[in-house]
Ligand binder design. Structure first.
Ligand code: GUN
Length: 279
């Protein structure tokens, strides 16, 4: 039976460390403020936004929320972002995704100043990650690196297979694993022989959004398995992209759902907010 990688515990440790750092910065007269923009009232987004504001309060930074109606125009949203970019009291800005269909998500992401882009989604920050320069890194993949390091998983020289190639998780995950000297394979919906490729992984990271796609047959004995998926059935029970009962019999370490990767995303957002206070 695999050892559990406890994301809840590790994220709490990170938040405690950040709380102490924020208190130190306060003593030097440096305050932090995160601006959170939500357009429309998608229920899942509202929960994420509430959790982000709660985390800010916990570590001791301010949050300013902008809850805009669904009909908000692109121009109105761009004007708000421009005002927040200029506002010296705001260090971090994020727009909760998805935005309504009439708004161009890419333009909104790139309107946020790269120095305040605590989501790490701006093209400049993604480019910096690609060429090994300083910049904000997308929170979920950054959180996975922390989970691995704090669970004493060696990355250097290991074969890491990432299933999924999204801009938020798969692609930045591949860049981060390369930075840690892993040998990286990125698999996706057009990949042939997915099972065979997954079975070659020392570290298998799954972010495809398909409930329990990865069964025991996809996993090498002793592999480390990270599950980014989150799915809810009609009884509200949560599942990942990995079939936990089977895979945990073969893996050496595994993240559960819930309580694995999930709590790390907000902890790393807070980490980026604290970094932004120093910029
Ligand atoms: N929607 C789903 N995940 C995220 C995230 O990490 N950041 C933002 N801004 N929106 C999201």
């Amino acid at each position: 039976m695999a050892q559990l990688i406890d994301g809840k515990k590790i994220s709490s440790e990170i938040k405690e460390e950040l709380k102490a750092k924020v208190a130190e910065l306060k003593q030097k007269g440096i305050e932090g403020t995160l601006a959170v923009i939500q357009v429309g009232n998608d229920p899942a987004s509202s929960v994420y936004v509430k959790n982000k504001k709660r985390a800010c309060e916990y570590i001791g930074i301010h949050s300013k929320s902008f809850e805009l109606p669904e009909e908000t125009t692109q121009e109105e949203l761009l004007r708000l972002i421009s005002d927040l970019n200029e506002d010296g009291s705001v260090n971090g800005i994020l727009t909760q995704l998805p935005v309504p269909a009439h708004i161009d998500e890419k333009e909104i992401i790139n309107a946020i100043s790269p120095k305040k882009d605590v989501d790490g989604f701006h093209t400049q920050n993604v480019g910096s990650l690609a060429v090994g320069q300083e910049g904000f890194v997308s929170c979920t993949p950054a959180g996975i690196i922390e989970l691995l390091k704090r669970s004493d998983v060696e990355i250097d020289g290991k074969h890491c297979v990432i299933v999924g190639r999204s801009n938020i998780v798969g692609k930045p995950m591949a860049l981060l694993m390369l930075r840690e000297n892993a040998t990286v394979t990125v698999a996706h919906s057009h990949t042939k022989n997915l099972q065979e490729i997954c079975r070659t992984a020392d570290i298998l990271i799954v972010a495809v959004g398909k409930r329990e796609l990865i069964t025991g047959d996809f996993v090498k004995e002793g592999a480390v398995v990270i599950d980014v998926g989150i799915h809810r059935d009609e009884n509200k029970k949560l599942f990942g992209d990995v079939k936990f009962e089977e895979v945990s019999q073969k893996a050496s370490k595994i993240t559960p759902v819930p309580g694995g990767v999930g709590p790390m995303t907000i902890a790393m957002l807070m980490n980026n907010c604290v970094e932004a206070m120093d910029k």
